[in-house]
Design a protein around this ligand. Structure first.
Ligand SMILES: Cc1ncc(COP(=O)(O)O)c(C=O)c1O
Length: 371
């Protein structure tokens, strides 16, 4: 059976391995070298070329997404390679509510006079299509952070291509197990590998996966110029984490669906945003386009921002911390950051990254804090 025939659940385990040579190690070694011995006609250096450790992660992710993957030192470094690589004067259509770092990097380009940014609600297909004429870049999140909106990707991708724009999907929340944006026609998939791909909250890494080899080469040389290559230990750990992505996602998603249903029935909760609930505005699209509803929940509370902060401080099993996608559940009030508040995060909205603990323990913790 060739690698191309494997399902994603098998590819996460089998991807990025060397052919079986007797005595060779099963796992890629952690290569700790910046220069490499010269061959007659090459000049290998870590910043430009990577290493076997980094390439192993890239091969596994590339096989999962169906393109050429490049690893970066963080999700933001991957984002910067795209955004800062646009020609001066480019027009970018971006989500009005998205991960705050992505919002900030586009705002910074606009402030420098390098880019014109058109923020739109990416769940409003007509609004995105109307903003596209003249755009060189459409930036989308597969599921928006932190409002969990779901965009109609096939329609938006086709409209952006008609307008001549490059389409990049931040698929951090969906992972290649739930969504493969290149199959839907996107040009680039972006991941914060810090999150689900590595899955243990112990490293910072990012990745881009390109449909075209030419664009992959342009971004590889950009990564080399800016030195945005990840470290060897991070790359090793990211691939090790990727091996269990399928089982982690399965468990975390089941937990999230159960918690979303229980939260929706709780008197202290005024709204639950989770695409797996039939009442959620993103439910139809997520059912049609995604292979699962993910493990991120956002919910709003009756009461004040201070009440919502108190809930974050009251949980005991769930951790009050930023970030997401690890085995442990994390909670955070996103409007604590002025940039998130300014970009539409409601004051009492709590973002919950559901981990793989026992669902009844998670619920006891939440119910006690809400009580
Ligand atoms: C959706 C999304 N994209 C990108 C990033 C940035 O990734 P990193 O923290 O790895 O730089 C994050 C981080 O929270 C994120 O949630």
């Amino acid at each position: 059976m060739s690698r191309a025939e494997l399902r994603p659940e098998s590819l996460v385990v089998a991807g990025g391995r060397q052919p079986p040579v007797p005595d060779a190690p099963l796992n890629p070694p952690i290569v700790l070298a910046a220069p490499f011995h010269h061959a007659p006609d090459d000049n290998r250096y870590l910043r430009h070329d990577g290493s076997d450790t980094i390439r192993a992660f890239e091969q596994a992710l590339g096989a999962l997404e169906g393109g050429t993957a490049l690893a970066f030192s963080s999700g933001m470094a991957a984002t910067a390679a795209i955004v800062e690589g646009q020609p001066a004067g480019a027009v970018a259509v971006v989500p009005s509510t998205a991960y705050s770092g992505s919002v900030a990097i586009f705002d910074a380009q606009q402030e420098l006079g390098r880019m014109a940014v058109r923020p739109v609600d990416i769940t409003d297909t007509a609004a995105v299509v109307a903003a596209l004429p003249g755009a060189g870049l459409l930036w989308l999140e597969s599921v928006t952070n932190p409002l969990l909106g779901v965009a109609d990707l096939p329609v938006l991708i086709a409209a952006a291509h008609d307008a001549g724009a490059l389409v990049v999907i931040d698929s951090t929340f969906t992972t290649p197990l739930l969504l493969r944006p290149l199959e839907l026609g996107a040009d680039v998939v972006m991941h914060s590998a810090t999150k689900y791909l590595s899955g243990h909250s112990d490293l910072l890494m990012g990745a881009l996966v390109m449909r075209s080899d030419e664009l992959a080469e342009t971004l590889r040389s950009r990564r080399g110029l800016t030195g945005a290559i990840p470290g060897a230990l991070e790359s090793y750990l990211a691939l090790r984490g990727l091996r269990t992505l399928a089982v982690r996602m399965q468990r975390a998603q089941a937990n999230a669906l159960e918690l979303a249903q229980r939260l929706a029935a709780h008197p202290a909760v005024t709204r639950v945003r989770f695409p797996g609930l039939p009442s959620d505005p993103g439910h139809e699209r997520a059912t049609r386009l995604h292979g699962g509803y993910g493990a991120m929940i956002a919910f709003e509370l009756a009461g004040s921002a201070e009440d919502a902060e108190r809930i974050c401080e009251s949980v005991r099993l769930i951790t009050h911390a930023t970030s997401l996608g690890g085995v442990e559940s994390l909670i955070e009030r996103r409007a604590r950051y002025p940039i998130d508040a300014a970009h539409g995060a409601p004051p009492t909205l709590l973002r919950l990254s559901v981990g793989i603990e026992h669902v009844d323990d998670l619920w006891s913790d939440l119910a006690h804090a809400l009580g």
